[in-house]
Design a protein around this ligand. Structure first.
Ligand code: B3K
Ligand code: ZN
Length: 874
């Protein structure tokens, strides 16, 4: 496999003006006729016309009206080259492909009884020969022809120009996209679908048509997606002054899909998981996922589509920015400060659970990678979530207004262009007349920076000094790191728990100051501080770093009780818990008795019972760091010890706070019709986390409570939570599992939950997973189903996945290989489960290495999986 480097970028030799595509859709053989008008790019020295093509048959190729013989072009390694082409070229290309055999779900494929496409990153070349790179932007016209009975709905990007019958039982539809776009944003859908539609008035007064297309029978699950779409349109107008540029905007749900959704121009294609919801089938988390993803894809229309990426190394230009935008959207939809904080806490959790480990492992890469083998492996938490943190830091440094100015300038300069991360940074800097040169390191250096802080109080001079030191661990290919430009938001708490007014260099800064750490070490002197304060550092998680500060238990308890910054208040609780979890895990290893101190329990009790606090925030405070996050804190990882420690602690909390948990459980019922709003969802979340604490181990009272909740639940959130608590406790839940399956076997997304709950339950060992795979509803071919069982076992059930005999690693290897034959992108995701193998106890490492080597030796093996396992082994 070939490595592609960012430094090797060259501009395209030819630019495309217009593309006319004709499709004769047939699952067994689709004919694609393409007429492409190209012109030599004056920025390129080469006159070689380069087209990509993969897994397609070339039937005919004409240039400027003349048929080309096979000796007039070269096809090598999926690249078709016409040497020394004229300045103006009209290409007419005819190709065929086989959608029904396309299990990769990239390019044109069938799902159920319909046709769908996925072109990002390099799927368009699986449809026709084309310069399939994002810096080639063109206008598209698309003619679709298909059997009318089987495929009554024919959709593509932009506006519908005409449709009609062809006489032979087939019909056609002609679409035109008025906007230039890169090929990765092309889409078509031909299927038997129905839609919920609505006319929507933009602020300008223009009316647009909104549609959500689903399979018949799912029309009772489209309301929330439609509502989220309308909210997204409104929010983009209000917060950023960005208007929908098309007269029609469509969302299509498909059940076979590699990821969450895709922002094709005017025709977003979604995994059903992020469209379909009603109270009976979807949980609160599903609802908020729908809101976020509908928003995310819609926001791409400006950040990604109107302004796109020059090359795939710039992926975070659109993804980091668009994740930031969807995060802000979700936060604004809740509207309260504490609601915002809860969304922020969730983001911090994701970073620690997935991004920090990625940044510390064999696949570590900068937000803007320098090289890749397979670009699909770089749709990562680093590019997306760390990328969003990088965007957020601009806003923290420049303020909301300054950030908005930068955004405005970015669109003013680059609308209609394919640009680089540097262009975004330049817009931010220029609009604010700020030097953001050093900030570039957030794009070029991988790894999670560590900020170590020490405090010193000088009572006589009434000065409080904070000294900040930064460093960043080595990552593959990057040994030495230069200092980052890090915004560190800081507050100081007095002994009464109140924020002190902050003064730095004679300047009053309110109660939270954003310190700009740019050197390896810097000291900041706060004036007028009479008594030693407790510092609240990295408020609102102002930078994606690891913060080290030698907090005492007393200081953490103080912050956990009083910090006015809810994220740091939660963080103090997490630190208190982590210290205990790590000592407990050590005690397990040393065969020492386990104990949990009353101080911690009392602090938790105070938060749990504080009715001034939102239920959602209390819920967050109750959730202990995950086994994965704990593992990242250990020199040598012992998954079973971690599991035992965490279970012990949860059990101890559940026992000590039994009365309060029962009280909270009762107080947070949500009677009446279901609503996914944040207040109601927060109550259900708190109630269900209380139930889980009461049911760490099976006991008559809690089993009864969960059984009753399961039977009486009027919504999926409560029903799934009850069932999950039962299964996770190890109680006999056979009856409920059967009932759940029987009730929902017609709802694929609910069956996914049924598998996922079992896959992640600590009593589910690899033998049980193998047995579940024999269930008639299981299939590896559907990515959601494969993820529901395999990924939840391999990623969310560490104590079983890391079974001492290595049997689960063998299972992993076997299924990475099996999946790879069907769908390399999904297989490569599963391959990532082994990223951190070098940190495990030596006995486990031996088994892990074997499993990795087994995968690496398999033939054939996709570049996707090869890249992941070879980096893991190297
Ligand atoms: N842009 C797509 C992701 C495409 C993934 C290709 N392997 C979805 C999104 O980020 O909105
Ligand atoms: Zn995206």
């Amino acid at each position: 496999p070939k490595t592609i480097y960012r430094k090797d970028y060259t501009p395209p030799s030819y630019l495309v003006e217009t593309v006319e595509l004709g499709f004769d859709l047939d699952p067994a053989c689709t004919i694609v006729a393409s007429r492409v008008q190209l012109r030599h790019n004056p920025d390129s020295k080469s006159r070689d016309l380069v087209l990509h093509g993969e897994a397609i048959e070339l039937v005919a190729l004409r240039m400027n009206g003349r048929e080309l013989n096979p000796d007039q072009y070269i096809i090598d390694n999926n690249i078709l080259t016409i040497r020394n082409a004229p300045v103006n070229v009209l290409l007419e290309i005819e190709t065929t492909c086989v959608p029904m055999e396309n299990t990769t779900l990239s390019g044109l494929y069938t799902s159920g009884s319909g046709f769908y496409t996925q072109c990002e990153a390099e799927g368009f070349r699986r449809i026709t020969y084309f310069p399939d790179r994002p810096d080639v932007m063109a206008r598209y016209t698309v003619m679709l022809r298909a059997d009318k009975q089987q495929y009554p709905v024919l959709l593509s990007n932009g506006n519908l120009l005409e449709e009609g019958d062809l006489g032979d039982g087939r019909h056609y539809a002609k679409w035109e996209d008025p906007f230039k776009k890169p090929s990765y944003l092309f889409a078509l859908v031909a299927a038997r679908l129905v839609c919920q539609e609505e006319k929507y008035k933009l602020k300008s007064g223009r009316e647009v048509l909104l549609q959500v297309w689903v399979e018949e029978g799912n029309l009772d699950k489209t309301d929330y997606a439609m509502q989220s779409l309308k909210n997204s349109i409104r929010w983009d107008e209000e917060r950023w002054g960005l208007e929908l540029d098309l007269d029609r905007f469509m969302i299509v749900a498909v059940s076979d899909f590699n990821m969450g959704a895709m922002e094709n121009k005017g025709l977003n294609i979604f995994n059903t998981k992020f469209v379909l919801a009603n109270p009976r089938t979807a949980t609160d988390i599903d609802y908020s996922g729908i809101e976020a993803v509908v928003g995310h894809e819609y926001f791409h229309n400006w950040t990604g589509n109107r302004v796109t990426c020059r090359d795939w190394f710039q992926l975070s230009l659109k993804e980091g920015l668009t994740v930031f935008r969807d995060q802000e959207f979700s936060a604004d939809m809740i509207g309260t400060d504490s609601g915002r904080a809860v969304t922020r806490i969730d983001q911090v959790r994701t970073l620690r659970q997935a991004q920090f480990p990625e940044d510390a492992g064999p696949m570590a890469h900068p937000v803007r990678p320098d090289s890749f083998v397979e670009i699909n492996n770089f749709y990562t938490v680093t590019v997306y979530e760390k990328g969003a943190e990088v965007v957020r830091m601009y806003q923290t440094l420049l303020g909301r207004e300054g950030f908005r100015k930068g955004m405005d300038l970015y669109f003013e300069r680059h609308d209609g262009q394919a640009v680089q991360c540097d262009d975004f940074r330049a817009a931010m800097a220029d609009a604010n007349e700020r030097d953001l040169k050093q900030f570039e390191r957030w794009y070029s250096q991988a790894g999670t920076p560590v900020v170590s802080v020490s405090g010193h109080h000088d009572g006589a001079r009434q000065v409080y000094e904070l000294t900040l030191r930064q460093s960043c661990p080595a990552t593959p290919g990057q040994r030495d790191k230069k200092p980052f430009h890090i915004p560190v938001a800081v507050g100081l708490l007095g002994s009464d728990g109140k924020d002190l007014p902050l003064t730095l260099g004679g300047k009053a800064l309110g109660t939270t100051a954003v310190l700009e750490l740019t050197a390896a070490e810097q000291t900041f002197r706060f004036e007028g501080v009479a008594h030693a304060p407790v510092p609240s550092i990295l408020r609102d998680f102002s930078a994606p770093v690891v913060l080290e500060y030698p907090y005492s238990d007393e200081e953490l308890l103080h912050l956990f009780r009083y910090d006015s910054d809810p994220v740091n208040r939660w963080e103090a609780g997490q630190r208190l818990a982590m210290q205990r979890l790590l000592s407990l895990a050590q005690a397990v290893l040393d065969n020492k008795p386990l104990q949990l101190d009353d101080t911690y329990v009392a602090a938790l009790r105070a938060v749990l019972t504080d009715k001034e606090l939102d239920a959602a925030f209390r819920e967050q405070c109750l959730i202990l760091p995950s086994e994965t996050i704990i593992a990242e804190q250990m020199e040598v990882v012992h998954p079973q010890a971690i599991h035992s420690a965490r279970q012990f602690m949860r059990h101890a909390i559940g026992t000590a706070l039994r009365a309060e948990l029962l009280q909270v459980y009762g107080d947070n019922a949500t009677p009446g019709p279901y609503s996914p709003d944040a207040i109601s969802a927060g109550k259900r979340g708190l109630k269900n986390v209380a139930l889980a604490y009461l049911l760490v181990q099976p006991n008559t009272e809690a089993v009864k409570l969960a059984g009753e909740q399961f039977a009486a639940a009027s919504n999926m959130t409560d029903r799934a939570a009850a069932l999950s608590s039962l299964i996770h406790s190890g109680a006999d839940a056979g009856k409920q599992l059967d009932a759940f399956y029987t009730d929902f076997k017609g709802e694929a997304l609910v069956v996914d939950k049924w598998f996922a709950m079992q896959g992640s339950a600590p009593h589910t060992n690899v033998a049980k997973v193998r047995e579940l795979m024999k269930h008639p509803a299981f299939t590896l071919k559907n990515p959601n189903r494969a993820r529901s069982l395999l990924f939840s076992f391999c990623n969310n059930n560490p104590s079983q996945f890391h079974a001492a005999d290595g049997s689960a690693y063998e299972f992993w290897a076997e299924h990475v290989i099996k999946l790879d034959a069907l769908n390399p992108q999904v297989a490569a995701r599963l391959a990532r489960s082994m990223d951190r193998w070098r940190r495990y106890a030596p006995a486990l490492q031996i088994h892990m290495r074997h499993a990795l080597e087994k995968v690496a030796a398999a033939t054939p093996l996709s570049n996707d999986v090869m890249e992941v396992v070879s980096k893991a082994l190297s």
